[in-house]
Design a protein around this ligand. Structure first.
Ligand code: DLL
Length: 440
């Protein structure tokens, strides 16, 4: 176990819950699950109705295994009850609202009591501590502040840890770089795609940010290949942090210094892995859709929320000594898959293939087209300036290698277009990688 007296060792007093013996954790989970189900049943019509339809009452939950008898909650349930239909508390007890815009229509709204904010702060402190962040660190928080949970979630956690937080929010890259230098930021929090953009700009200006030790990257999928690139190009260690608004925001799970999966804060969020097609719970070690039940949320308890995020639950003990189970990094969602000529393709596979090839930059776009009813996939990828300048032959080899790498990973051919450095759109928040130009 970490040395509890050394702040750099990944321990904060609140991290004690990361090391609970499993039987004690299970006891706590059951007690919290029963309170959550009772709260949802007595205060939220939607949950009461769903349970009644199945002939279930809170007393039927006598063990953790009984959770599987409860109905799922899906994003549409939040939209259908917009704005406040799933709240379990009167507005007088709710101190914060966040919302996620989604891609279509109404946003979904989530609520927090003061006690919920305290839990959120606690899990974020535990996450920062597990990345080795501590008092004295200067955290540049470039997650967006506002209705998005990233900014304020990381903010409160960083402050409660005792670190110094710069609430710069997302965007304004030149100012980010200036403050990074002038304030000597040691930690950066932002989406991995925005970090790549920052690095690129800093390199252009020949700015050295070697004081930066830790990157806290999440809110969108990123691959292990992307981490390796980041760690090779900069002095920082990049850690994965996971979360979603419906459950709390960032801080549902986070890596430790082992960088071998994200520990889930299981004392507050109960995980299940299901088969997305049938809804059946899968055994530990199987890949499937992550389903989360909140165990301590008051304002908006969430029962068996289908995240659509695809991962695997890992029960083997971690070398860091935490007893919390891990999930493998989330490289895809069950709904971001597209089908090209009958083959299932995930954007993360494209990223993995591209980053295997020397001479590319981690900026790419996937263009889906349909001509005369035939689907096609084009991958645009930036090449390094060295390759672009004079070496046409190198370009051809690169073009061929990329084609092969993609075909190997995807199982179909994709058209590859090499584009000039700095020509593909950069994102300040979550990356938009897929441009769907198909028309029906
Ligand atoms: O993205 C919360 C967050 C903020 C997490 C900052 C981490 C850091 P939403 O906007 O509700 O909340 O989006 C949640 O983003 O269901 C995943 O599909 C995706 N996602 C979040 N973290 C990761 C990650 C925030 N580390 C949705 N890896 C989730 C892969 C992630 N996908």
């Amino acid at each position: 176990m970490s040395n509890w007296n050394d702040p750099a060792s990944g321990f904060h007093p609140w991290s004690a819950s990361d090391y609970l013996p499993r039987p004690k954790l299970a006891e706590l989970q059951l007690q919290r699950l029963r309170s959550t189900v009772t709260l949802a049943y007595t205060r939220v019509e939607h949950f009461r109705k769903r349970m009644t339809e199945r002939g279930l009452a809170p007393d039927d939950i006598g063990s953790l295994a009984d959770l599987a008898r409860l109905p799922f909650t899906v994003k549409a349930d939040l939209r259908d009850t917009y704005p406040f239909g799933l709240f379990a508390c009167p507005m007088e007890e709710i101190v914060r609202l966040h919302a996620s815009s989604g891609t279509t229509g109404r946003p979904i709204v989530v609520a927090y009591t003061q006690a919920d904010i305290e839990v959120w702060k606690e899990v974020m402190v535990r996450a920062f501590a597990s990345f080795g962040v501590h008092r004295g660190d200067i955290i540049q928080n470039a997650y967006g502040y506002g209705l998005f949970t990233g900014g304020l979630g990381a903010h409160y956690g960083g402050e409660a840890l005792g670190a110094t937080v710069i609430p710069i929010s997302g965007g304004n890259t030149d100012r980010q770089i200036m403050l990074m230098q002038d304030f000597g930021s040691t930690v950066i929090c932002c989406t991995p795609s925005y970090f790549l953009h920052l690095v690129e700009r800093a390199q252009e200006e020949k700015i050295d940010f070697s004081r930066m030790r830790v990157g806290v990257f999440g809110a969108e999928p990123w691959s292990e290949a992307m981490r390796q690139r980041i760690q090779k190009d900069t002095a920082i260690r990049g850690y994965d942090i996971y979360g979603l608004s419906e459950v709390i925001g960032p801080g549902v799970g986070a890596e430790c210094v082992q960088q071998a999966g994200l520990h889930l804060y299981e004392d507050h969020f109960f995980p299940e892995i299901i088969d997305p097609a049938t809804g059946q719970v899968l055994p530990e070690g199987a890949e499937g859709e992550l389903v989360l039940t909140t165990l301590s949320k008051q304002a908006m308890p969430m029962i068996r929320y289908r995240t659509r995020d695809v991962t695997t639950l890992v029960a083997e003990p971690c070398a860091c000594g935490r007893t919390l189970r891990r999930i493998k990094r989330i490289e895809r969602r069950s709904d971001d898959m597209f089908i090209i000529r009958g083959v299932n393709v995930f954007p993360s596979q494209v990223e993995t293939a591209l980053l295997k090839v020397e001479g590319t930059l981690p900026h790419y776009a996937i263009v889906l087209t349909r001509e005369k009813g035939l689907d096609d996939i084009e991958v645009q990828v930036e090449v390094t300036p060295e390759i672009f300048s004079d070496k046409m032959r190198a370009m051809e080899t690169l073009h061929r290698n990329l084609g092969h790498a993609l075909e190997q990973v995807l199982g179909i051919r994709a058209k590859v277009t090499l584009v000039e450095p700095r020509t593909l759109a950069r994102s300040e928040g979550k990356a938009k990688r897929v441009l769907d130009k198909r028309t029906i």
